[in-house]
Design a protein around this ligand. Structure first.
Ligand code: C2E
Ligand code: MG
Ligand code: MG
Length: 562
């Protein structure tokens, strides 16, 4: 709520001051000065809302005082009412030009003076309410908060004290507002505002920053531990369920904290840091708070930047799909290729998928990205088929893409538009996909296999330990993870794992591919254990579609003579 108005009376006649003071009693907090200089000092100190200013004073007249007040941004909002015995028009015009709002003529008619001041306060309040307060919660808005933060930082600098700014978000608000209607949404926001005010000490400011976002400016803490304690109290208060018309709503809240002078030197960065810390708090989960952390912020920024760049690259078709051959050593030929996405940069560097796939997954970009790879791979398979090399293509599918409701349509579209036989397409899923919702996963896999598409489990052995899913899900291929292949010549335990995976695949009638085959010794050992299909640098590195065409036309001796 708005504080009671502050009224400054300025007149060199002490008797005038006295009667005016009596006439205005009860309208606000009244201060008085008998000369211009003192008036300015009191104004600086008390920041009055209304100033009754005598025009004729020795040394500094009312006009000069008004001029000084109007050029000071912290005082300019004050309503200046001139008190004068002059009645000439030019005086009134000058007063208005200087920013005066009204006149009282001497001798003062006290009831009129009171009514004028009252009317001006009311008007000022209405304007302030609109400009500085959120109409729904009646909390200070972003603008007023920013003013208060600036003032707080100025005085904290002097007193070497601590200022904290909490950025608070309500977790389920958006969903509840959409499902329960705006009346419930408004009631939840109003109750949240009431609780925030309850948590405030007299020097603190609670503010609504828009939507379901609130801010709390804390001036009453001596150290970071105390600030953390206050944050916990606020979150505990906000996380108590809210009853609206007999229904219980669980909102949940989390908070980010920016601090002056620890991490921020000005109001803008304090705000920014509180928001950045809120992002971290949200990741941490319900009811959590986080202090701003510069290193975490840098990585969040870098991620956001990468997301923007990746989106642009995807829209501009700047991603490349590379291909790596899979060699059947028993048949001496390339039986398939795996599609591996690449992101070339303007400076010639190429970003590999392990760096940008997680960003694509977190942002949802993986769905269009995955479709792009799927379509490119099917078109490439069609091209190689036309050249006389009917190889299959394997495409990596992220769990998010797999569970997307349009995934099967995307697969069907890639098959129909390329015209390749469904058996030429293999989808590589990870154990993470199989660990999800069993029935839905089974349905999707069966439907894909029903179309003739083959399913491989990628990086086998690195995911979840349950082997039961090998029996439960319709699968065609296991790809032995390259970490086991790499280590199997060095560590007998890895060798044992590889051997077990190979036996398991034979027992369950699944085909096998070994990844990361880098040396002839790897290939020999795997072959002897019963794994005949190899993928790795020994045979080829991932390459462009046209390089792969050459490779298929003219495979190296390691393939043909294997
Ligand atoms: P992955 O599917 O297991 O692919 C095999 C990775 O091992 C590829 O890395 C490949 O370049 C690399 N590799 C192949 N042979 C050797 C070898 O002999 N030695 C070594 N050290 N590495 C070898 P890449 O291309 O960096 O891809 C990494 C991972 O990113 C892939 O692992 C796959 O999980 C993911 N990925 C790649 N393309 C896509 C895509 O289009 N969509 C999705 N969702 N994920 C993709
Ligand atoms: Mg793969
Ligand atoms: Mg793999």
């Amino acid at each position: 709520m708005l504080d009671q108005p502050i009224i400054l009376l300025v007149d060199d006649q002490a008797s005038d001051l006295r009667v005016l003071g009596q006439a205005l009693e009860g309208l606000g907090e009244i201060h008085a000065a008998t000369d211009g200089q003192t008036a300015l000092e009191l104004a600086q100190h008390y920041r009055p809302d209304v100033i009754l200013l005598d025009v004729d004073m020795p040394l500094m007249d009312g006009y000069s005082v008004c001029e000084q007040i109007k050029i000071d941004p912290r005082l300019a909002h004050a309503v200046v009412i001139f008190v004068t015995s002059h009645r000439q028009t030019e005086h009134e015009l000058r007063a208005l030009k200087l920013g005066g709002a009204d006149f009282l003529h001497k001798p003062i008619n006290l009831p009129v003076a009171r009514a004028r001041v009252e009317a001006n306060i009311k008007h000022l309040r209405a304007v302030q309410q609109l400009a500085y307060y959120d109409p729904l919660t009646r909390l200070p808005n972003r603008m007023l908060l920013l003013n208060r933060v600036r003032q707080a930082l100025a005085s904290a600098q002097h007193q070497a004290s601590l200022v904290g700014l909490f950025s608070i978000d309500l977790e389920n608000f958006k969903a509840l507002n959409d499902s329960e209607g705006h009346a419930v949404g408004d009631a939840l926001l109003q109750e949240t505002a009431r609780r925030l005010v309850q948590c405030c000490q007299s020097s603190d400011t609670a503010s609504r920053a828009g939507g379901q976002r609130f801010m709390l400016l804390i001036l009453s803490c001596n150290n970071l531990a105390e600030l953390g304690h206050r944050a916990q109290q606020v979150l505990t208060t906000l996380c108590v369920p809210i009853m609206v018309a007999g229904t219980r709503y669980d909102l949940g809240a989390c908070a980010g904290i920016g601090t002056f002078p620890q991490d921020s030197q000005d109001a803008e960065s304090l705000h920014e840091h509180a928001d950045a810390a809120l992002y971290e708090a949200r990741q941490a989960g319900r009811g959590q708070y986080r202090f701003f952390n510069a290193a975490a912020n840098d990585s969040v920024r870098a991620r956001h930047q990468m997301e923007r760049d990746l989106r642009a690259a995807l829209e501009a078709h700047q991603l490349d799909v590379f291909y790596q051959a899979k060699i059947d050593l028993a048949a001496h030929r390339v039986i398939g290729v795996e599609a591996l996405v690449r992101w070339p940069q303007a400076d010639g560097r190429v970003v590999t998928p392990d760096r940008f796939i997680p960003v694509a997954e977190a942002s949802g970009l993986i769905v269009p990205l995955g479709e792009y790879v799927l379509n490119s791979a099917c078109q490439a398979a069609k091209h190689w088929g036309e050249q006389g090399y009917p190889v299959s293509v394997s495409v990596n599918v992220s769990p998010i893409q797999f569970h997307d409701s349009h995934f099967e349509d995307a697969v069907q579209h890639a098959l129909s538009s390329s015209g390749i036989a469904p058996g030429q397409l293999e989808l590589e899923i990870t154990e993470g996909v199989l660990a999800g919702e069993v029935e839905e996963t089974c349905r999707t896999l069966e439907s894909l296999r029903g179309r003739g598409v083959r399913i491989a489990v990628d990086d086998f052995g690195t995911g979840y330990s349950s082997l039961a899913y090998l029996k439960r899900f319709p699968l065609d291929v296991l790809k032995i993870d390259q970490s086991f292949v790499r280590q199997m010549l060095l560590d007998p335990k890895d060798a044992a794992i590889v051997e077990t995976i190979i036996q398991l695949a034979h027992a369950l009638d699944l085909q096998l591919v070994a990844e990361g085959v880098e040396t002839p010794r790897h290939a020999n050992v795997l072959y002897k254990l019963g794994c005949y299909v190899m993928q790795g640098y020994l045979y080829c590195r991932p390459m462009t579609c046209s390089q792969m065409t050459d490779y298929l036309r003219c495979p190296p001796a390691a393939v043909a003579g294997a």
